[in-house]
Design a protein around this ligand. Structure first.
Ligand code: MC0
Length: 145
């Protein structure tokens, strides 16, 4: 079902400062930036590698306000890994299958994610304490239309 790790999302207080750190330290390149008001974040995707089914990235996340998922996470836990996102060929089908196996879905239907993707989250308490995101890349959506 999972094709690959699409990205690891990292919560941070200062997006620009953290981008500079990842560029300087790991020689990564920012390939996309976005403000996602629905998710309450300002974010940047740094490319790691390409593989079958799509690329993999580090996603840096700065909250738009304290009263957002990432804002609350920073207050409670400080900076660090916020979620792991798995690439799937069909996010609607993956939600249906995983939900049927007893995992609570935070999104019953996909929402808009980075770089034109369709995304949905699974409850961290049902995935060993790891907030889990499912990602369907945009080219996959076009293929299935
Ligand atoms: C909260 N918990 C986490 C967690 N956030 N555990 C692991 N990783 C996280 N990131 C834990 C809390 O510590 C708590 O455990 C329990 O989950 C319930 O938390 P809560 O009190 O209900 O806390 P809330 O209100 O902050 O909600 C947490 C929840 C929420 C995961 C349900 O953040 C959510 O719906 N997230 C999905 C959307 C999201 O995260 N969007 C931002 C990224 P205890 O033991 O204390 O009970 S958007 C994104 O990434 C997009 C742009 C993209 O990838 O394209």
């Amino acid at each position: 079902m999972f094709m690959r790790i699409d990205h690891v999302g990292i919560a941070c207080h200062d997006l620009e400062e953290k981008i500079a750190f990842f560029e300087r330290t790991f020689e990564l390149t920012v390939v996309a930036r976005e403000v996602n008001t629905e998710q309450g974040v300002k974010e940047a995707m740094l490319h790691i590698a390409d593989g079958e089914g799509g690329g993999s990235y580090i996603q840096l996340l700065e909250p738009l306000s304290p009263d957002t998922p990432v804002g609350k996470f920073l207050t409670r836990r400080g900076e660090g890994v916020h979620h792991v996102a798995f690439g799937v060929p069909d996010v609607v089908q993956a939600l249906d299958t995983i939900g049927g196996r007893g995992v609570r879905l935070l999104d019953e239907r996909p929402r808009h994610g980075s770089m034109g993707s369709s995304i949905a989250f699974l409850h961290p308490k049902d995935v060993g304490g790891m907030l889990t995101e499912l990602v369907q890349a945009p080219e996959r959506q076009a293929e299935t239309m």
